[in-house]
Design a protein around this ligand. Structure first.
Ligand code: ADP
Length: 182
């Protein structure tokens, strides 16, 4: 099974395996660096798929702090917008979870303030930034669930996991969270 979904109030939380650059949600979220520069990993893939105009717009934004989020157009992407958020570089301190939670909350807040109905997220910080996957999955899912319970928006939040292992960790973690909250 490549997909799981849960209803949270009037919203849908989906977990799928796939490529975030291909998602047709209103926005996709970029796991960006503080310069909002193309770089490697998911950011490099998003900039390549969106085209050079994305970097031109990002240059005007004056960077982004850890845990914060900024929005741009999606250019050649199927998604109309890209929300750029800077995850923590993992160093095993309590601040890491605070920063990672803020990435999700601030990205979703920006999406809702722009009237967007659907948003796709990658597993922020779990690549080059070194956040252990199991730990990041728990923080990420709890943050999104908290936002959806409080705000009942957006209609759809989709986690797009690149690898099979990442997908399985997110699926298992979501099932555990939903079971323990019933
Ligand atoms: P960070 O610097 O925040 O750790 P990375 O880009 O290194 O960001 O990785 C974040 C996650 O995004 C990793 O799990 C990586 O496997 C995943 N990833 C890389 N490319 C894609 C893609 N095209 N679609 C979805 N996820 C991707």
């Amino acid at each position: 099974m490549e997909k799981v979904e849960f209803k949270i109030g009037g919203c849908l939380l989906e977990i799928i395996r796939g490529d975030i650059t291909k998602q047709d949600t209103d926005a996709i979220v970029n796991a960006a660096n503080k310069q909002l520069a193309p770089g490697g990993g998911v950011a490099g893939a998003i900039h390549r798929a969106a085209g050079p105009e994305l970097w031109e717009e990002c240059k005007q934004l004056g960077g982004c702090e850890t845990g914060e989020a900024k929005i741009t157009s999606g250019y050649n992407l199927a998604a109309r917008y890209v929300i750029h958020t800077v995850g923590p570089v993992y160093n095993n301190t309590p601040q890491n979870a605070v920063d990672l939670e803020n990435c999700y909350l601030n990205s979703l807040d920006l999406a809702v303030r722009h009237g967007l109905k659907s948003v796709s997220f990658p597993a922020i910080s779990t690549g080059i930034f070194g956040y252990p996957l199991e730990e990041a999955a728990g923080v990420s899912l709890r943050s999104v669930i908290k936002f959806l319970k409080e705000r009942n928006k957006p209609e759809l939040v989709r986690f797009v996991l690149f690898g099979e292992k990442d997908l399985n960790v997110f699926k298992k973690t979501l099932q555990e969270i939903m079971k323990s909250s019933q």
